[in-house]
Design a protein around this ligand. Structure first.
Ligand SMILES: Cc1cc2nc3c(=O)[nH]c(=O)nc-3n(C[C@H](O)[C@H](O)[C@H](O)COP(=O)(O)OP(=O)(O)OC[C@H]3O[C@@H](n4cnc5c(N)ncnc54)[C@H](O)[C@@H]3O)c2cc1C
Length: 309
């Protein structure tokens, strides 16, 4: 079976890995420049230094047996480690949050920088539309993108899946990434300090450059919503001011930038994944399971199980 998977986040790659293991020919397409999705790690060259920031998911937990087994395998490969500063049972990717995504991508045929703009049903199979997309026909298509990006791909072919996705709302998250010249006098993580929902000393996570002082500062959903359409530069400065209010005087800033996640955390859902066996089209992603890395994994796993029947 020739399978096309749109979206190389945790859900899409989990589904892709299981189908490839079962002997199918799997091609994955992602519009992003590199591996990560919402488990992204941004690396920045600035004045001959390289700074790294996990600016999406901060850590993850593993509560279900299937995900625990996967996390143990990643731990054995040295690509995840515990990070008790966040939570007793917290894990992070090493050396960056995107490490598990990178590892899964490297074992598969993944084409980054390839945005799929539509699907065409042809002779019992599917053609993909988009710049640089191969012209071959796929037997099966999996759509593993955030809820808000599902409808343009599936609106005409699987209107009920598109409708489900339209019903989901996600909270935005403005995120500042800041490298300081010296140590900030604060614990490694802060939560719920006014406008700030979460802040973490990224450089204190395992496998990072501990000589640097890199922080990720995430605004609360409420504050992010209120500032949604503002310029990144102004938002970054304002978040830094809120951070100073929470922790006191800050050392000089060496580098800072801000990123807007328009759709960061979705609401909880319990569909798991959806599969239409007559058209051979399926959807997976955190929006079908819950707003966490583990939910995305479980959704991808569930869709692979449904496809395999
Ligand atoms: C700021 C932030 C903080 C978070 N904090 C945590 C946390 O602390 N703990 C936790 O467990 N979870 C956290 N999450 C949630 C977690 O990151 C997500 O639940 C999980 O990564 C979602 O995985 P996914 O595969 O469903 O989607 P994604 O990771 O979003 O993957 C979807 C992929 O689809 C691609 N794509 C979209 N449209 C197209 C298209 N048309 N063509 C090609 N490719 C396309 C995208 O580029 C993306 O790579 C956080 C998320 C954010 C943004």
């Amino acid at each position: 079976m020739q399978v096309a998977i749109i979206g190389a986040g945790m859900a899409g790659l989990t589904c892709a890995s299981r189908l490839a293991d079962a002997g199918h020919v799997v091609s994955v397409f992602d519009k992003g420049r590199g591996p990560g999705g919402r488990m992204a790690t941004r690396r920045v060259e600035h004045e001959s230094e390289t700074y790294a920031f996990d600016h999406g998911a901060q850590y993850f937990t593993a509560r279900e047996l299937a995900f625990q087994a996967q996390v143990r395998a990643w731990e054995g490969d040295g690509i995840v480690a515990r990070w008790p500063a966040a939570k007793e049972d917290a894990w992070v990717g090493t050396p960056g949050m995107n490490a598990p995504i990178r590892a899964m991508s490297e074992a598969l045929d993944v084409r980054f920088g390839t945005r799929i703009t539509g699907l065409l049903a042809e002779r019992g199979g599917w053609l993909l539309e988009g710049e640089g997309v191969p012209e071959n026909r796929f037997d099966t298509v999996v759509v593993a993108v955030p809820a808000e990006q599902v409808a343009p791909l599936l609106g005409t072919h699987a209107p009920d899946f598109a409708e489900d996705a339209r019903d989901v709302t996600s909270e935005p998250c403005w995120t500042a990434m800041v490298a300081f010249e010296g140590r900030v006098d604060a614990p490694d993580t802060l939560t719920d300090e006014g406008a700030i929902g979460w802040a973490a000393r990224n450089s204190a996570k395992p496998g990072r450059d501990a000589d640097q002082e890199c922080w990720v500062i995430q605004a609360s959903p409420r504050w992010s919503r209120a500032q949604l359409e503002r310029e990144a530069e102004n938002v970054g400065e304002e978040l830094l001011a809120h951070f100073a209010r929470a922790v006191g005087d800050l050392p000089p800033v060496l580098f800072s930038t801000a990123h807007r996640w328009r759709y960061a955390m979705c609401e909880k859902n319990d569909a798991g994944a959806r599969w239409d066996g007559s058209q051979r089209i399926g959807v997976c992603g955190d929006w079908l399971s819950g707003p966490r890395v583990e939910n995305a994994f479980l959704s991808g796993l569930e869709l692979a199980r449904l496809i395999e029947g």
